[in-house]
Ligand binder design. Structure first.
Ligand code: G3H
Ligand code: 13P
Ligand code: ZN
Length: 314
């Protein structure tokens, strides 16, 4: 077994009206939780690594853990760079074996985003690696980016078509109301499915069929998990995620990849906090990190079955 590209995964997901879960990894416990859930349910998954995750764990450790997961599970796993900031980082991960990269030029003006994305696509395609790009600006907080809700902009469907035609990117992340982090909406959750539909219609009218769309910022922020964090000493306020029904609707449309990181962080934190509070004498990291790993594995299984519909598709 080896890491796979996302090409076939997305083709099958589009046809089957389900989506591939893209889960952020930073450490061994999360790699094991995600890939063991995938194995149990015979589901393809994407493991994705941000620039700060690369810095945190180190590329050699990440590759070592991911290769071990490939050996252990035997399911289709793709390894993806999340929010790639520049060509230099992208070259580095392609050299060490990533099968998919994202170039995130969403904060740039259209022409600059097109030019940079095209450069990445040329480099990656020459090496058999697929490219995700982004158009439109999501609200929310990542390590290096903090976008206020009023500065977020929805993806323009005409621009999306032109962007894909000019860059040749293999998938496109769009902004339709999702956002990064645990506080996604102040009022009622709302996603612009009309924009998603418009994008697909324009692509199809231009002869681009079954084009995979990506949703970032798609954690559901389960309120029971938030309550558990807070019960055991956490202080998470105003958290609200994307309702599961909305994600299911997205998978029935052109969305083939759904990104989730916040839900992993919350699940891990709630489980670790519980061990510390329930058993103050515990000081073996295997006890609390193991509890975190088990909780994340169960949560991912729930996502695969109830949100993504990717079980038994590997
Ligand atoms: O969208 C960003 C992901 O949640 C990764 O976050 O940069 O803190 O690793 P990070
Ligand atoms: P969440 O913050 O909703 O988990 O989104 C993660 C993400 O989009 C990673 O790229
Ligand atoms: Zn993201």
């Amino acid at each position: 077994m080896a890491l796979v590209s996302t090409k076939e995964m997305f083709d099958k997901a589009f046809e089957g009206k389900y989506a591939i879960g893209a889960f952020n990894i930073n450490n061994m416990e999360v790699v094991q939780a995600v890939t063991r859930a995938a194995k149990e349910l015979n589901s393809p998954v994407m493991l994705q690594v941000s620039k700060s995750a690369l810095e945190y764990a180190g590329p050699e450790y990440l590759m070592g853990m991911v290769n071990a997961a490939v050996e252990e599970t035997g399911v289709d796993l793709a390894l993806h760079l999340d929010h790639g900031p520049d060509l230099e980082t992208i070259k580095k991960v392609i050299d060490i074996g990533f099968t998919s990269v994202m170039y995130d030029g969403s904060h740039l003006d259209f022409e600059e985003n097109v030019a940079n994305t095209k450069e990445v696509v040329d480099y990656a395609h020459a090496r058999g690696v697929v490219v995700e790009a982004e158009l439109g600006v999501l609200a929310g907080v990542e390590d290096d980016v903090n976008v206020a809700e009023e500065d977020a902009t929805y993806t323009d469907p005409d621009q999306a078509l032109e962007f894909i035609q000019r860059t040749g990117c293999d998938s496109l992340a769009i902004a339709i109301g999702t956002s990064h982090g645990a506080v996604k909406f102040k009022g009622e959750p709302k996603l612009r499915f009309d924009i998603l539909e418009d994008i697909t219609n324009k692509l199809e009218a231009a002869g681009i069929k079954n084009y995979p769309i990506v949703l970032h910022g798609a954690s559901s922020v389960d309120q029971d998990t938030v309550a558990k964090c807070n019960k055991y000493g956490g202080k998470l306020e105003g958290s609200k995620g994307i309702p599961v029904e909305m994600l299911r609707k997205a998978t029935s449309m052109a969305v083939c990849k759904i990104n989730m990181d916040t839900d992993i962080r919350l699940e891990m934190t709630a489980a670790v906090r519980e061990v510390f509070v329930e058993d103050p004498a515990a000081f073996d990291p295997r006890k609390y990190l193991g509890a975190g790993r088990d909780a994340v594995q169960e949560m991912i299984k729930g996502k695969i079955i109830n949100v993504l519909g990717s079980d038994n598709k590997a």
